[in-house]
Design a protein around this ligand. Sequence first.
Ligand code: ADP
Length: 466
Amino acid sequence: MSAPEIPVALLAKEVPIEVPSASSVPAPSPGLIQRMLESNPYFTAGFGLMGLGVALATGRQLLTRGSTFMYRQMLVDLEIPSKDKSYLWFLDWMARESVALQNPIPSGSGIKSRILRLRNLYTSSHHLSVQTTYKQHDNGSVSTNFSLVPGPGKHILRYNGAYIQVNRERSSRLMDLTSGTPFETITLTTLYRDREVFRELLHEANSMAVRLQEGKTVIYTSWGPEWRPFGQPRRKRSLESVILDEGVGERILNDVKDFLHSGSWYYDRGIPYRRGYLLFGPPGSGKSSFIQALAGELDYNICILNLSEQNLTDDRLNHLMNHIPERSILLLEDIDAAFNKREQTDDSGYKLSGVTFSGLLNALDGVASSEERLIFMTTNHPELLDPALIRPGRVDVRELIDNATAYQIKRMFLRFYEGSEDECERFIAAVKDLNVPISTAQLQGLFVYNKAAPERAIEMVPLLKS
Ligand code: ADP
């Protein structure tokens, strides 16, 4: 079969195309585009808008740059992260100032400028948060104080004639996993020329913190991986108020003092400069009270670590033990309690709640610091302690703090009932007749109950048996 014939007319025919040369294209007359744009309303409106847009954008950019420039030139920021010590000082300072604001201020000279200053505090605070403080009175009672401090957000305060913006920011993403609290930052902003107020303010906050601690013992507890003051600093307890058996208190005090004076002896021999003390004996015999009084005597603070704490791990324990605030005694209270809960684990021997026994030993051995380390442990059950824990090097001094002896009873009685020598003899005889161990805490309870009534105290001795 042959292909159908295509009509000749349909076959493509090469048609010469005439390409105009550049020189042959007539150039648009110079006024043509202008005329076109001018005559076209859309073009004119578009260009106008574009011009306006560009001008606005440039203006805005200039404004932003200008304000940033001005900000840098005229304002100054101070950032206080929550990890810094001055963070708590600053919050305390603010809390105190707000308390002063709420309480009647005594009239008198010198305070006036302060009132004026305080009146200006928190002028723009609509968002407050509460900070609760406890105050322990001499009689042992505790009163609670709520102070309102600026919460997260921006606040303005006036200090020494300068306006300061306080921006308290809470990080929504960064979290202190160990303590479960969000990281916070306080940013203070003021005029560049007033920048000195930052120094003054921090100095005041710092000296307020120091003043609060004067003549007091700060108790620190672990807060995540760091040490934080627990409640308000306590009034120093005098050593004379803790009555231990003859010579015991003096022996420990002399040993501690001797240790504190022997720094170069330890360094020269390359021995870790630390000393461990174990106070053991029945409850209520004055172990904790003595450590508190000792800290007061040495002008030291106390870091209490509870080994039974659930979320305490070996790493945290190690970190805490190596980052003890200066001039502090480390106190591991009721160390047997942690051991009572021990379970056998495969690799590390005993497992405390969260902390392994080997982790504890490592932490104790690894406590290395340029500063001296005083470690006190207390227990009611020394028999439960693993010998590895109380070997020399970990525990250098062991002292039994026992139930009241005749010596202690006499001293305690005469401390409460001064000059009642006869009654004291009869009291001692009555306790002896009872023939049961009596703790010093029990004696204290009896004397407090029969304040200024030694005869009644003697009558009530049989009640100590129950
Ligand atoms: P422990 O730590 O041995 O269990 P504490 O030190 O906690 O005993 O004492 C409990 C209470 O009894 C405290 O209020 C303390 O003042 C009082 N107390 C106990 N022993 C003595 C003591 N030897 N001298 C003075 N007070 C004591």
